[in-house]
Each structure stands twice: as structure tokens, then as C-alpha cells.
Design a protein around this ligand. Structure first.
Ligand SMILES: O=C(O)CCC(=O)C(=O)O
Ligand SMILES: [Fe+2]
Length: 343
């Protein structure tokens, strides 16, 4: 079996229990249901109680998702030299990467990231005084053929679903359906292909360490292997999300937490590894444009419920996060709680 590289070892408190609780609790919501009021209410309840739900009958054609899964497998099965031809680096954060750290511990996975908009503006640096922008562009591999077309088609389909979900979430908060649409004009949204190889150290390593997504919301496809766990709000237990055929897993991200002034929380989640089977998952992170200032929505702020966050610039937050993905750093990376107004 050999020894595990110490970069992968989780601290004792974050190591997974090998015996997991029964799953099946995360709500499954049918988006095709005709009673819109009930649909909105169910989404609101799921956001409040879990921060996570699954959707079925979502309108994304199965062939589009299936194609991406096949291409993902073809891409990751190539040699490391081939994959590294589209390696991400500190300047271009899109492309292939096999050294990501979450909370300063290395994840047992490899990824391929691409932007939904193909190229978009981001701040040149995380420094607040630096107003310069630069263009962030996708890197596409030569092989597999038609990889780019399949992945872009997928992104466009999921983007439609993400707008629809954001609309339903806005309505559930008592806001206009299109309240946030303007924030995504020059969006930084990206799709990630996650490949988790089998791992002989399931008690020490994680596929992705515990974290919250920085997005407004995340739309995740997973295969039938399982491994995603969500921290239950009521008692802090890690609950597995059972793979549901053709469903997407939706979670509230940090931005919706701030917009909703903590009504909907961005919930911690992580991925445990599997000793026998490799696993694929594909999150779509719905990210606003770089110039969006994120703050609690005015309509949701009252004297009794004052704003709990100072505003922050999304582009700078994004640039700051990208710095920490490469190596173990001694400090915690940027989090929304750094903008919390203490009472
Ligand atoms: O693989 C999964 O199920 C989740 C991955 C995840 O949480 C992430 O990439 O942010
Ligand atoms: Fe995540």
C-alpha cells in the first residue's frame, strides 16, 4: 500500500468516520411541478433547513450531461504529461490542476476548470488599491476531439438552470424573480470537472476537505459512486448525499448567504474517498461579474434585522481565493466571515 504523502493527511478532527450515517434526507424537488407557489415554498424551506437540495425534471437534456461525463473520463485517462499541457498556474487559474489544497490540506483529486464565458475580466491582483483588470481565458486541450464543444454546451444548459434556480430562490426570499440577474452580465461562473481516483487511505485523506462554496449557488452533477457529505445544520453530523439518477445537487453559496443576510446559509460540505472506485463530479459555480459589490439586499435589512456584513468586491474575493489553491499557506484564505459586522 505504501505511505501517504503527508500533504494529504487531515488533522484528527477533520478525518472522516468510515461508518457513515444513512442518507436520503436531503430534499428532492421536482422542478416540473405545476404549483409554483408550492415549489417556491419548498425551495425556501430546503435552503433554510439544509442549504442543499436535489432537483429532478430540471430540463437539462440527459445526453448533454452524459457527453460531458464521457469526455471527462477520456481527458483524465490521458498521461499526466498530456494533461499538464493545459495546466493552470498562478496567472491562469483555468485548466488542469492536481495539487489543490482546501483549508491548507491537499485534496485527493484532479480537476479541469473552465469559464462559462470563455474569457472574462478579473482584477489583476487581490490588492484592494490595485484597480487594474486583466483577461482570464480558457485553456482547451487538443484531445479529446470535440471536448470544448461538449463542455461549452453543458455550461450553457446549466447556466439556464442556474438562472431559474436563482429566480426561485429570490422569489422565496420575497424578492423579484430577476433581482440578481444584472449581477451576472460579465459573469465569472466556471465549471469544474472533478476526478477522484481510488484512494487507499480513506481514514486519513479527503477528496475535498470541508469547505463552503464562494458562489451565489452551485449546481452539481455526481455519478453513482457517492462521497459528498453535507454538515447537517441541526447537529453538525456529516450526512451523505445519496446519488439520485439524473438529479442535480444544488447548494446555497456564500453570496446568497450574504444577500439574504444569513436567512439562507452556505453549508459546509466535503468529499470522502473510495478505496475501490474512481468518482466524477461536475460542479457549476454561479459567480457574478468581477465588479459586483456583495452585501445584504436592502429589502431584507430592517432595524430589527440590521445588515450583518460589510460589502465586499467579488472580483477581489475571487482573486484572493485563487492565490491559496496552490500551496499550503499558514493563514486561512479569505472568507465571508471576515466581512461580518459584529454586534
Ligand atoms: O464532488 C463533490 O461532490 C463536491 C465537490 C465540491 O464540493 C466542490 O468542488 O466545491
Ligand atoms: Fe463545494
Amino acid at each position: 500500500m505504501g505511505d501517504i504523502d503527508s500533504a494529504f493527511i487531515q488533522s484528527t478532527e477533520h478525518r472522516p468516520k468510515l461508518k457513515v450515517l444513512e442518507s436520503g434526507e436531503i430534499p428532492v424537488i421536482d422542478l416540473s411541478q405545476s404549483n409554483e407557489e408550492e415549489l417556491i415554498s419548498n425551495i425556501g424551506k430546503a435552503c433554510e433547513k439544509w442549504g442543499f437540495f436535489q432537483v429532478i425534471n430540471h430540463g437539462v437534456p440527459f445526453e448533454v450531461s452524459e457527453k460531458v461525463e464521457i469526455f471527462a473520463d477520456k481527458f483524465f485517462k490521458q498521461s499526466i504529461e498530456e494533461k499538464k499541457k493545459v495546466k493552470r498556474d498562478e496567472v491562469n487559474s483555468m485548466g488542469y490542476h492536481d495539487g489543490e489544497h482546501t483549508k491548507n490540506v491537499k485534496d485527493w483529486k484532479e480537476v479541469f476548470d473552465y469559464l462559462v464565458e470563455n474569457s472574462t475580466h478579473i482584477p489583476s491582483s487581490h490588492e484592494l488599491h490595485d484597480k487594474e483588470l486583466r483577461v482570464l481565458t480558457n485553456q482547451w486541450p487538443q484531445y479529446p476531439h470535440d471536448f470544448r464543444e461538449a463542455l461549452q454546451e453543458y455550461a450553457k444548459e446549466i447556466e439556464k438552470l442556474a438562472y431559474k434556480l436563482l429566480e426561485l430562490i429570490s422569489l422565496s426570499l420575497g424578492l423579484a424573480g430577476d433581482q440578481f440577474h444584472g449581477c451576472f452580465k460579465d459573469q465569472l461562473s466556471m465549471v469544474r470537472l472533478n476526478h477522484y481516483p481510488p484512494c487507499p487511505f480513506p481514514d486519513l485523506a479527503l477528496g475535498v476537505g470541508h469547505h463552503k462554496d464562494a458562489s451565489a449557488l452551485t449546481v452539481l452533477a455526481q455519478d453513482d459512486v457517492g462521497g459528498l457529505q453535507v454538515k447537517r445544520k441541526s447537529d453538525g453530523e456529516w450526512i451523505p448525499v445519496k446519488p439520485t439518477p439524473h438529479a442535480f445537487i444544488i447548494n446555497v453559496g456564500d453570496i446568497v448567504q450574504v444577500w439574504s443576510n444569513d436567512k439562507y446559509e452556505s453549508v459546509e460540505h466535503r468529499v470522502v474517498v473510495n478505496t475501490e472506485r474512481e468518482r466524477y463530479s461536475i460542479p457549476f459555480f454561479f459567480f457574478p461579474s468581477h465588479d459586483v459589490m456583495v452585501k445584504p439586499v436592502e429589502e431584507l435589512v430592517t432595524e430589527q434585522n440590521p445588515a450583518r456584513y460589510r460589502e465586499y468586491n467579488w472580483g477581489k474575493f475571487f482573486a484572493n481565493r485563487n492565490r491559496s489553491d496552490f500551496k499550503k499557506r499558514d493563514v486561512e484564505n479569505i472568507q465571508i466571515h471576515h466581512f461580518r459586522i459584529l454586534d
